[in-house]
Design a protein around this ligand. Structure first.
Ligand SMILES: Cc1cc2nc3c(=O)[nH]c(=O)nc-3n(C[C@H](O)[C@H](O)[C@H](O)COP(=O)(O)O)c2cc1C
Length: 210
């Protein structure tokens, strides 16, 4: 079959796109409002972008009423955020923080997620998250308008927290099995790091492999 995306309703396009582009990593993003109230929400339109400068992106889409999500409103007011990564052990609280709560109500309290202070930015991080990136807002690129439109938030990484418990034996790199992150598929489906395999890359090319 072929789907004509120029004729699909945005809702249908969303369904086909998110069923096919899998697995997607999850950014569990903490922000603060102008008056300092913390907010936490998951985003699977998320990726690392480049390392010079170290940059990542995630995308709060517009709400069903076409309005901005609290995460975006907070970043516009306080241009700093933390991207916490989500291990299997935190899957349930992560999901609980996707509840549509009134602006200013903290998902940290709603989902009983403990906080830890960040080193360089104002929003707190998730204490139990094994990896957290502290970011300063680089820019927001708006794609489209109305329901489902994207607000691509690019963040400059200024600090990275890594728990000792996910390091390999020599303590110099992250062990992917110990990290045990989850990723989102479509709907309510998620996956967990399972069977791993390695492939040696062809020699040559850039020193900064991507
Ligand atoms: C695993 C997961 C991934 C999600 N990914 C996104 C996403 O990429 N973009 C988005 O706008 N909403 C996404 N959502 C929904 C938001 O988390 C949800 O709308 C949340 O209430 C937004 O919170 P906020 O208004 O406090 O920013 C996702 C939800 C879950 C559970």
């Amino acid at each position: 079959m072929i789907l004509d995306f120029e004729k699909l309703a945005p809702r249908e396009g969303y369904a086909w796109l998110t069923q096919a582009v899998v697995p997607r990593p999850i950014a569990w993003v903490s922000t603060v409002s102008a008056d300092g109230r913390p907010n936490l929400a998951p985003f699977s339109f998320f990726q690392a972008v480049c390392s010079n400068p170290p940059t990542l992106m995630f995308v709060p889409t517009n709400n069903r009423d076409g309005g901005k999500k609290d995460t975006l409103r907070n970043i516009e007011a306080v241009p700093e955020f933390v991207v916490n990564l989500v291990p299997y052990a935190l899957a349930e609280p992560m999901n609980a923080t996707a509840a549509p709560l009134p602006h200013g109500v903290s998902e940290f309290e709603h989902a009983h997620v403990a906080t830890a202070p960040a080193a360089k930015v104002r929003p707190p991080r998730v204490a139990a998250s094994p990896v957290a990136f502290e970011c300063m807002l680089d820019r927001i690129v708006t794609i489209g308008s109305g329901v489902g439109a994207g607000n691509v938030v690019f963040g400059r990484i200024v600090a990275m927290h890594v728990a000792e418990s996910v390091l390999n034996a020599d303590g110099k790199a992250i062990d992917p099995v110990k990290l045990d992150l989850i990723a989102r598929l479509s709907g309510d489906f998620y996956m967990r790091t399972g069977e791993l395999f390695t492939i040696t890359r062809p020699a040559g090319g850039s020193a900064l492999r991507s």
